[in-house]
Design a protein. Structure first.
Length: 195
C-alpha cells in the first residue's frame, strides 16, 4: 500500500486490476483520492450512508472523504480501479466534468452496467494500465482523457437505487449496535425484594 501512495504522490494517477478474486472485501482508506472502479459479481456496496445490492457489472465513483466499502462474491471477471488526486483534475478536459453531478452533488454514483457498457469501460481501464507504464511524452494528458471518458460514460447513466433509504440504514445500523452492546453487556437481572 505504501508503494501505491508514493506512486500516487509522484504520478497523481494509478490504475490497476484485481484478477480471479474468490471473495473480495475492499475498504478504501485513501480518503484524499478520487476513485473509479469497475466491479463484477454479486454483492453489497456501502457508500456514505446508503447500501446498494449489486449483481453483475457495476461502475462505482467515489470522492475524497466519502466512506465506501464493498463485498463481492467470486467472479471470473477482473475488478478495475483507478485512483487520482484533485490536482490531476486540473486538465482542460475536466472543465465541463468538474461542474457535473459527480463532483458537486451528494448523489451516490453507483451504476449498473449492460454487457456492452462493461466491455467499453473495461477497455478504457486496460488502456490506462498500459499507458501508465509507457514513456509517452503526453502520458498524463492521455490518462486524463481516459478518466474523462469514464466520467462521461457515468454521467450518461442513471444511478442505482439504494436498497435501504438513508434513514432506514441509520435505523438498521443503530439496531445492530444496540444488539452488539447487549451481547457484550447483558442487562442485569431485576432484583426482587420480599417484605
Amino acid at each position: 500500500m505504501l508503494d501505491l501512495m508514493s506512486y500516487l504522490n509522484s504520478e497523481k494517477v494509478k490504475a490497476y486490476a484485481l484478477k480471479n478474486h474468490t471473495e473480495v472485501v475492499q475498504t478504501w482508506g485513501c480518503k484524499e483520492y478520487y476513485k473509479i472502479s469497475l466491479l463484477s459479481g454479486r454483492g453489497v456496496i456501502h457508500y456514505d450512508s446508503r447500501c446498494y445490492e449489486v449483481n453483475g457489472s457495476t461502475l462505482l465513483l467515489s470522492k475524497p472523504g466519502n466512506p465506501c466499502t464493498w463485498k463481492l462474491a467470486a467472479s471470473k471477471e477482473p475488478l478495475f480501479t483507478t485512483l487520482f488526486t484533485a490536482d490531476f483534475l486540473d486538465g482542460s478536459c475536466f472543465h465541463g466534468v468538474a461542474e457535473s453531478e459527480f463532483l458537486q452533488s451528494q448523489q451516490a454514483p453507483v451504476f449498473g452496467l449492460e454487457p456492452k457498457q462493461t466491455k467499453f469501460i473495461a477497455s478504457v481501464f486496460r488502456k490506462m494500465m498500459e499507458e501508465q507504464n509507457s514513456l509517452y511524452r503526453y502520458k498524463s494528458e492521455l490518462l486524463q482523457n481516459h478518466i474523462c471518458l469514464l466520467l462521461h460514460a457515468a454521467l450518461r447513466m442513471q444511478p442505482a437505487i439504494p436498497c435501504l433509504e438513508p434513514h432506514a440504514w441509520a435505523i438498521t445500523s443503530s439496531a445492530q449496535l444496540v444488539a452488539f452492546v447487549e451481547m457484550q453487556f447483558p442487562p442485569m437481572a431485576t432484583l426482587v425484594h420480599y417484605n
